[in-house]
Design a protein around this ligand. Sequence first.
Ligand SMILES: Cc1cc2nc3c(=O)[nH]c(=O)nc-3n(C[C@H](O)[C@H](O)[C@H](O)COP(=O)(O)OP(=O)(O)OC[C@H]3O[C@@H](n4cnc5c(N)ncnc54)[C@H](O)[C@@H]3O)c2cc1C
Length: 383
Amino acid sequence: MSQNLYFSKEHEQVRAAVRDFVNKRINPFIDEWEEKGAAPLHALFKEMGELGFLGIRYDEKYGGEGLDYWYETVMLEEIARARCGGVPMAIAVQTNMATPAIAEFGSEYQKQTYLRPAIRGEMVGAIAVTEPDAGSDVAAIKTFAKRDGDSYVLNGSKTYITNGTQADFLTLLARTSDAPGYHSFSLFVVPTDLPGFKISKKLDKLGMRSSDTAEIYFDDLRIPAENLIGREGEGFIYQMKQFQHERFSALPICYIGAEEMINETVTYIKGRLVFGKPLITKQVLRHRLVDWLSEIECLRQLTYHIVRLKMAGRDATREISMGKLMGGRVLNQVADGCLQMHGGMGFMNEMRVSRFFRDARLISIGAGASEVMSDIIAKLEGF
Ligand SMILES: Cc1cc2nc3c(=O)[nH]c(=O)nc-3n(C[C@H](O)[C@H](O)[C@H](O)COP(=O)(O)OP(=O)(O)OC[C@H]3O[C@@H](n4cnc5c(N)ncnc54)[C@H](O)[C@@H]3O)c2cc1C
């Protein structure tokens, strides 16, 4: 049990409200949503928007709560207690992946038209960066937005887009020039009700099954020029900044998820008799659990350090990349080890641990693979 030095009574009130929501409005429906391959995001986000959960950090002028990164962390920690990875991921797309660039670099029009409804839960957002031929190497994307009068004509495709079958808008990175270098990309808000937006297919996945994932394409889709976020040619830089919010959101999901799994495993092995004694009496298992808890505590403390850096207005790319790298490692190790401690029961779909094992696998791939995090850290370290 981690000691609490960071959170006030007000933080704990927000924590209690989000926890209550997860217990009452998410957890009872997860099996059904996993089965269906999607959570009903319009209904779910509407409820969350009304409670103020989707705009914790955003300006009150746009319907946000105007709170700080500590409150955001509380919210992410509690969302992570959902009994699956898919729903927390869908929510984090809305709060930490598809909207930060609009809030930071978007125009007044974009904030009123997309950010405000996203905060209220009246619009579902998605982030569209990855393409069939470009994932880790973001600069290899080919989707092109060609300026034509007062609009841009968009052609290309995106894949693995979370919330993609339900999204009302995409925050999308496209090329706007063939020139080499990082100033050939721009970020747009693309409404999905425009002619030329097509969903090729809903993808079938190993895990995160309550989150819908789509492959989409654009066939001469005309984006109004007013939907260009910030300045043309700056999109790559905006997206790199937006990735920091996305990757940060993975950290609480990792340490809370891993901790929850350990709690369930302890309960299970206390009750499971093997060779006449509860499994928990085996020192090798107790020590393994303690090793994981120690790593989880390090990850939590790194996360709180990142929050302090962010609160001080400092760049935390190095620390966020380290947290994402470590989070993927810890989560997968705990998922695999906890499943092992459940024996054959852990392999059964009825157990939360089997879902956790499948969902955890994404963390070291999505939002920048572990190797990409290592490359970023090495570069920042100067080697
Ligand atoms: C369920 C799911 C949801 C997703 N949601 C979204 C979304 O909403 N929006 C979006 O834009 N994208 C999304 N993604 C895409 C995700 O971010 C990419 O899958 C990820 O960035 C990796 O890209 P890739 O799949 O093309 O792998 P590749 O780039 O082909 O890389 C394959 C593997 O190579 C290794 N590798 C990569 N670079 C290096 C290196 N420099 N050195 C050594 N090894 C390396 C890594 O292990 C990597 O996993 C999602 C993916 C999944 C699976």
